[in-house]
Ligand binder design. Structure first.
Ligand code: NAI
Ligand code: MG
Length: 351
């Protein structure tokens, strides 16, 4: 089986951790025997912008459509180009044009990494975030000025958008512990959230085997800290999911280990996998970036491509490496980026 990857390392530590993850994927392919990755590299980045006046060529997206998945590092170098231009011209453009309407982010306690909540908590959450509408709409505006100024920001919730993200969450739950928690706020947000609850109930009715509950987003945020082990799949609107996934990354121990997937559901375009972290200019070039976020992202991509067994083996190798103490400084170790990757590869080969 040949898997075509479109690879965009991007800026900063993206350029350091993406090659590391590809090194690991090559070993995964070798162990599997029947798997081959063929990568096409795209140099689209802030440096590319400086040379060409755009983040990617005009026909850039057409170079990605034939790939099985897009593997992205991080985008953003504000010393070269403003963040809203770099992220807007590359990352957000791909998410939007390729209809990657769902964002998934695990918040799972990895063996060998101490959660700031204390050890062991044994939480294993998958946050399913609506990625195309909701609170992040451009509808609204400002009228009047000075003391009389009024600003309106509308949120857009469509039946299609809400039901597809909730359905996705239920289908995912059926492959996990069969429990879905809905993030709501229908006690305070009187139109969109009661609608969200309605759709949630409707979809739940079609999935009798899945247990459910609804929590207000404020209480749910606290539960991520106080009892994360009670959560399995958590489904949330764009804004609520954004906030919950940062809490999720925080309780895991470092933003440097958190992965994510931007999922296309209609099969017309590839999905995109990227770590949660950005380009980390403060540590770029020092060889100390944690490669685990990018490598775990590769595991999510393997799952998405149907290679669940290899995904499971890879996560096991990551955990064993962490347990052996070969870690970067952000999670309490003193190893370099490549030493961590080498150790993960070593564990992989010994599985
Ligand atoms: P950031 O995630 O790049 O860094 C935040 C902090 O976490 C920094 O102290 C950094 O050193 C640390 N960190 C991040 N990844 C790490 C890793 N793998 N290993 C060890 N430490 C790590 O977020 P920040 O500083 O807000 O943004 C920097 C640039 O990245 C900006 O241009 C921003 O727009 C961009 N960005 C891009 C994202 C993307 O491509 N999806 C997401 C977030 C930010
Ligand atoms: Mg965020």
């Amino acid at each position: 089986k040949q898997i075509e990857l479109a690879v965009i390392a991007g800026d900063g530590i993206g350029k350091e951790v993406v090659p590391e993850a590809l090194r690991v994927l090559d070993v995964v392919a070798e162990i599997h025997g029947g798997l081959k990755f063929s990568s096409t590299y795209h140099p689209w980045s802030s440096e590319y912008y400086v040379q060409h006046g755009e983040m990617m060529p005009k026909d850039g997206l057409s170079h990605l459509t034939q790939s099985d998945a897009i593997f992205l590092g991080a985008v953003g170098d504000s010393s070269l180009v403003a963040d809203h231009i770099s992220l807007g011209g590359l990352l957000l453009k791909i998410r939007r044009e390729f209809e990657q309407v769902i964002n998934i982010r695990p918040a799972k306690q990895l063996k060998g990494i101490v959660s700031p909540l204390g050890n062991p908590q044994n939480f294993d959450i998958m946050i399913v975030r609506e990625n195309s509408e909701g609170e992040y709409s451009s509808i609204g505006g400002r009228v009047h000025s000075g003391e009389d100024e009024i600003v309106i920001q509308n949120a857009v919730f469509t039946k299609k958008g809400v039901s597809r993200v909730i359905n996705y969450a239920f289908e995912l739950a059926q492959k996990r512990s069969s429990h879905v928690t809905s993030a709501t706020k229908s006690n305070g947000i009187v139109h969109s959230m009661p609608f969200w609850d309605e759709v949630f109930k409707e979809v739940a009715g079609n999935h009798g085997d899945v247990q459910t509950n609804s929590e207000h987003i404020d209480a749910l945020s606290a539960f991520f800290i106080t009892k994360p082990q009670t959560l399995d799949v958590v489904v949330a609107s764009n804004l609520f999911g954004d906030i919950l996934s940062d809490i999720g990354a925080a309780i895991m121990g470092s933003i440097g280990i958190a992965p994510s997937g931007n999922i296309n559901l209609n099969g017309k375009y590839p999905s995109m996998f990227e770590p949660v972290h950005g380009s980390a200019p403060d540590i770029f070039g020092k060889g100390i970036a944690n490669p685990v976020g990018q490598i775990w992202t590769a595991k999510m991509m393997l799952d998405h491509l149907g290679e669940h067994e290899m995904g499971r083996i890879l996560l096991g190798a990551i955990e064993e490496s962490m347990q052996s103490g070969i870690k970067t400084t952000d999670i309490g170790g003193n190893s370099s980026t490549s030493e961590v990757t080498d150790e993960i590869i070593h564990k992989l080969r010994n599985k």
